[in-house]
Design a protein. Structure first.
Length: 212
């Protein structure tokens, strides 16, 4: 068996003479103040994002919206209180079997029954349009188109009401009231309602023309 002796000096020479490359390790020292600044910047950035998402509440705008809501509710209540009695009474007296409302005046193919029923359903339409118009009100009122259509309908409706009430007045006072064929309740209601409808229609027309 053969053995080879190795001299330690030879190992040392081979190791030293062997080409090699050393990769330097760069150690960078970071100041604690820089870390604190970086953390603060991240926190401030998050705060900016949260401020952009969560808008600061505008108390003046909230107060305006509350006032507008109160006005809407009050306006709807006024319209309902004003028109509901006329709607109910016109339809009620229009459907009762009374000789005077079925009397056809001379030269007219028209009765008070027709007048009362048309007035009652027309007032129901006025109620719906009035509530719809009030609901359209907003702080900006950007949707002008709807207001234009509603205003055109109001003008047409007021003219129709004026003509219809004049026709009803001619029928009632010219042909039926003088004959005394209506009972006191029916006669009183038709008399008073004609005055109220005529005055309110004329006032509405005057106000619309002044707006123009």
């Amino acid at each position: 068996m053969m053995t080879e002796s190795i001299n330690p000096n030879d190992l040392y020479k081979n190791f030293i003479n062997e080409p090699h490359t050393m990769n330097p390790i760069v150690i960078q020292f970071v100041d604690s103040s820089d870390i604190e600044v970086g953390v603060n910047n991240q926190i401030n950035y998050k705060k900016c994002i949260l401020k952009g998402i969560l808008h600061k509440p505008n108390h003046e705008e909230d107060e305006t919206l509350k006032n507008l809501m109160v006005i809407k509710i009050f306006g709807i209540i006024v319209i309902v209180i004003t028109l509901i009695p006329l709607i109910v009474c016109d339809i009620y007296f229009g459907f009762i079997d009374n000789y005077c409302i079925n009397e056809m005046p001379n030269g007219l193919n028209y009765t008070l029954k027709l007048y009362l029923l048309v007035s009652g359903f027309m007032e129901l339409i006025w109620l719906i349009v009035g509530i719809y118009t009030i609901c359209l009100l907003s702080i900006t009122n950007n949707d002008i188109t709807k207001f234009v259509y509603v205003n055109q309908f109001i003008n047409f409706g007021l003219i129709f009401n004026l003509i219809w009430n004049i026709l009803g007045a001619v029928t009632f006072w010219g042909s039926i009231y003088n004959k005394g064929i209506c009972n006191s309740t029916t006669s009183t209601y038709i008399y008073v309602s004609l005055v109220i409808k005529f005055v309110s229609t004329v006032v509405g027309l005057i106000q619309n023309f002044k707006k123009k």
